[in-house]
Design a protein around this ligand. Sequence first.
Ligand SMILES: [Zn+2]
Length: 133
Amino acid sequence: MAAHRADTGRKWAKKVVRDHDAIAVEDFRPKFLAKTTMARKAADAAISATKKAQLEMGRKHGRAVHLVHPAHTTMDCATCGARTKHALPLSERTYACTVCGAVCPRDKNSARVMLVRAGLNPTGADLVSPATC
Ligand SMILES: [Zn+2]
């Protein structure tokens, strides 16, 4: 079981590393799995196996792997860093920033927030404008 899990994590990590120069991984702990000690241990094991595989693979291939705290990635504006007061309802697919006026597909905004947090700025200075979303 544990070996299978580690293997799955490794395969996934290899694919991710192959496809990207640098990776931001959500450093998450799902709360809903933490109701019992056993469930939490199982969840931690699965997550750390994947994370470990990811880090190893990144090192092996000379890629940077960044663990990113996932909190508020759906609430922060990737363009100006402002945080909305309320999380977007899941039905809302577009992130609209009331501070800088950026409008992004929600997933894209979250992905950019993660990359910025990881210290990777994939967009560079030119792309810090709402027009690029
Ligand atoms: Zn903004």
